[in-house]
Design a protein around this ligand. Structure first.
Ligand SMILES: [Zn+2]
Length: 305
């Protein structure tokens, strides 16, 4: 037997063995999933989404920004399996009972905004490497009598989207506007909906708000980039990041699969870190009025100088 044929035979045998093991593991996973309650089934499904486990399966190398603190790692594991993290307060400073679902959505402290901005800025940085004219929070041109199909269409003069860039699709002057949303799949408004339907629902809401305005007035395309707090991506976000990875692979000569895995990993870390911040971030500071001019306050309040 020739050496080349022998090597091919070994490769084919290895591939067949791997496929057999994969099929067996998948069958076990389906069996296991069907034997647990629906809440745990949902948690497992969320953790199984593509890219959602990247933070857990990569090697923790500081020079690539892939490290977590001990606490972040523990909280990440607890969030992944739907367990209650340790040493959480019993009540939130907004007055509600503290729970993971509440912490991921509570606006007190501004942590959901931090999470959103983290993904927005990461996306803009990725785009800067492959597209032109990348801007963060670009204003939309004002509406001057145009009619919109949906009542929820945003028509305000100060409307802005999260990121805009040229040359993602089409020619280098073709502009794309992106709006990011990170939703909490455990929130009351999403809990009763299947995971796939959650993505579709949020994508539809964003498209109804902005798509026609972007298409008709900006003559550009619109992408609703929807993420779950657990690390999954919606259909449109998936296409966007695949396109970014493909452009970068073409530009640098790297393998597409390698760049795409890197993109998923960075997104996964950004979402996990900001979810942990939602959980652990301090909401204790009470609002303090600091905006009075000192001279006015001293004069009006008769403060002794
Ligand atoms: Zn709260």
């Amino acid at each position: 037997m020739e050496l080349g044929t022998a090597i091919d035979d070994v490769r084919a045998a290895k591939k067949q063995a791997k496929n057999t093991v994969d099929a067996s593991v998948r069958a076990d996973a389906v069996l296991l999933s069907s034997s647990v309650d629906t809440e745990l089934q949902r948690v497992i499904a969320l953790a199984s989404e593509k890219g959602a486990s990247s933070w857990l399966t990569c090697r923790p190398l500081k020079r690539h920004g892939l490290t977590l603190t001990k606490g972040e790692f523990r909280d990440g594991i607890h969030l992944r399996y739907g367990w209650l993290p340790q040493r959480l307060p019993s009540s939130c400073s907004c007055g509600a009972t503290f729970s993971v679902a509440h912490a991921l959505s509570c606006p007190t402290g501004g942590f959901p905004s931090v999470r959103h901005n983290e993904v927005r800025d990461l996306t803009a940085h990725m785009l800067k490497r492959v597209a032109h004219n990348v801007s963060v929070e670009p204003h939309l041109q004002p509406v001057t009598g145009e009619q919109f199909r949906y009542r929820t269409a945003i028509q305000t003069e100060q409307a802005r989207l999260d990121v805009a860039a040229s040359g993602i699709w089409g020619g280098r002057f073709e502009r794309t506007f992106i709006d990011v949303r990170v939703f909490n799949p455990h929130a009351t408004s999403n809990r009763a909906t299947s995971i796939a339907s959650c993505y579709t629902k949020h994508e539809k809401e964003k498209r109804r708000c902005y798509e026609q305005r972007v298409r008709d007035i900006e003559h550009s395309s619109f992408v609703p980039a929807i993420f779950s707090t657990t690390g999954g991506l919606g259909k449109h976000a998936e296409s966007l990041y695949k396109r970014i990875a493909s452009l970068q692979a073409a530009k640098t000569g790297e393998a597409y699969s390698c760049v795409m895995s890197w993109v998923r990993c960075k997104l996964s870390f950004a979402l996990l870190r900001s979810s942990v911040m939602c959980l652990r971030g301090s909401r204790n500071l009470r609002p303090v009025q600091l905006d009075s001019p000192p001279t006015l306050a001293v004069a009006e309040a008769g403060i002794r100088i």
